[in-house]
Design a protein. Sequence first.
Length: 92
Amino acid sequence: MIPSARENRTGNRNNGHLMTVDTQAERAQGAAAATRNFAALPEIVGTHWFQYYDHPKGGRADGEDYNFGLVDVDDRPYEQLTEALAAVTLAA
């Protein structure tokens, strides 16, 4: 599972049951580790990222409010995350 981070530029609260870490650095490390683990399984032929953007400020209409994005709501990449994923992809 790829975590969300309490430290985020959109202001997401990460309310609910999903894994949440404190920093974007921890989020990047977790995403890279998960991607490496998936790449080692011959049964998996590819992966995808669930959501390009963070949830909007204040969350969705149903109340879910997560730092899911590769980018924030202003389309600015989370550099540590995207760099970690790029490095894993190049190494695979």
